[in-house]
Write a protein of this length. Structure first.
Length: 426
């Protein structure tokens, strides 16, 4: 680990003009980061319209957005995301009530991967205490105000010395969404010399530490607490890392990954167990064991509760873990299946063949399944059997790979051309 010390707290406060009162996201009503307040895709709203046969959800508005696979965040009736406009990629803000565009901040020439799966950004902005933290495919990391004014900018490859894999045939650009933990913004450049994961100070953009020596992954990191100790969990291209966030100490490393070094789904923490999954390699559930208090075992260890190469192979979309069961889209480049697994054992409870990949959210005992062709399924989240409660076909027309978002009783979806708001209030 390389540790870079910051200026003293006193100097930082002076330089930043002292503490300020800024609006924070409301975890009950807002969707401030990738996959929601807890990065697990679980919607907290209740008393929603889940009887689509009686009352079909209405599309409130649909507006142009531009290319990209970034998901959406919603804070105080504003939507923030990233998109391609003309020859450039940038950050864009909409009014969540009517879809009116409020501002666009241009960042860099638009990205496209070597295989040409699509133009535009991949990462989702993160909102924290009135600031937006935005990461782009070539490694540009920015802090903006919610009015679109730049606070600072960094380059995660130049700053850490990690190699930018642009131009490689099996590389698809920086895709993880920044994680804010304490005073740090945590990202993954993917270096091989103790520079795989990097932390920046959220107020200044100064590099604080780097850690790990793994290839870059595509899923987003999460923060968990085990034995009263916080850990940042990072799925790299070759493993899963548990990192102490303050100083960047790698507590444990568990090998996991496929031949393409492409773990795209994010880790999921539930019931004191960690679920990980990737295409071409399957999934596993890990138990993270702390050191013994009496000193007889000083190191953190990881035990696999189970691992299966076939039953759940998340290619892009993160699985939902609800009430002791895993629900997810399994498949590599073809043969897609929606499956329910028993979380503690991995046993298959049911499965349903799908024509396309889908992304998921969980809400009020149900799953929202967004197909990559723009169709929406409402499925009962139960282990007994696969049950469809509702269906809305052809909401969007182009490649719909961005994760869905939800706030204030409304579902927000995007494809490569449009942004859409669907009303799920009663």
């Amino acid at each position: 680990m390389h540790l870079r010390f910051l200026f003293s707290a006193f100097v930082a406060v002076i330089c930043l003009g002292g503490p300020s009162l800024v609006a924070a996201a409301d975890p009950q009503t807002d969707w401030p980061q990738f996959l929601g307040p807890n990065r697990n895709g679980i919607v907290r709203d209740k008393d929603l319209n889940l009887d689509w046969k009686t009352k079909a959800p209405a599309t409130l508005w649909k507006v142009p957005i531009g290319n990209g696979f970034s998901s959406l965040i919603i804070v105080e009736n504003r939507i923030y995301t990233q998109a391609k406009r003309g020859p450039n990629d940038g950050v864009v803000c909409f009014d969540a009530r009517d879809g009116k565009e409020l501002w666009f901040f241009e960042v860099a020439p638009s990205y496209i991967d070597k295989q040409r799966w699509g133009y535009g950004p991949r990462s989702t902005p993160t909102h924290h205490q009135g600031k937006l933290y935005c990461l782009f495919p070539m490694g540009e990391l920015l802090c903006l105000t919610t009015e679109g004014k730049k606070v600072w900018q960094a380059d995660i490859f130049k700053d850490t010395g990690a190699k930018n894999m642009v131009g490689e045939s099996l590389y698809w650009g920086v895709s993880m969404s920044p994680l804010v933990e304490g005073d740090l913004v945590i990202v993954q450049p993917g270096g091989t010399k103790d520079n795989s994961v990097a932390a920046y100070h959220k107020d200044t953009g100064k590099l604080v530490w780097t850690a790990g020596s793994d290839a870059i992954g595509y899923g987003s990191p999460i923060v968990i607490t085990v034995a009263d100790k916080k850990q940042v969990i990072v799925a790299t291209g070759e493993s899963v890392l548990g990192i102490e966030p303050a100083k960047g100490q790698v507590l444990w490393r568990h090998g996991f990954g496929n031949q393409f070094k492409a773990t795209c789904a994010s880790p999921v923490w539930a019931d004191n167990l960690l679920f990980i999954s990737a295409s071409h390699v399957g999934s596993a559930v890990l138990e993270i064991v702390p050191p013994e208090k009496d000193g007889t075992k000083k190191d953190w260890t990881v035990r696999e509760k189970w691992r299966n190469q076939k039953t759940m192979r998340n290619m892009m979309a993160t699985s939902m873990v609800l009430d002791g069961h895993v629900y997810g889209c399994s498949g590599d480049t073809s043969a897609f299946v929606l499956r329910c697994l028993d979380f503690p054992t991995g046993a298959v409870q049911w499965e349903q063949r799908l024509e396309v990949r889908c992304g998921l959210l969980a809400l009020d005992g149900h799953l929202l399944c967004v197909g990559e062709r723009g169709d929406l399924l409402l499925v009962k989240a139960q282990p007994r059997e696969f049950t469809v409660k509702g269906e809305l076909p052809k909401l969007l027309e182009y490649k719909t790979w961005a994760a869905p978002a939800f706030a204030g009783g409304k579902l927000y979806l995007r494809d490569e051309r449009h942004l859409l708001c669907l009303d799920l209030r009663k």
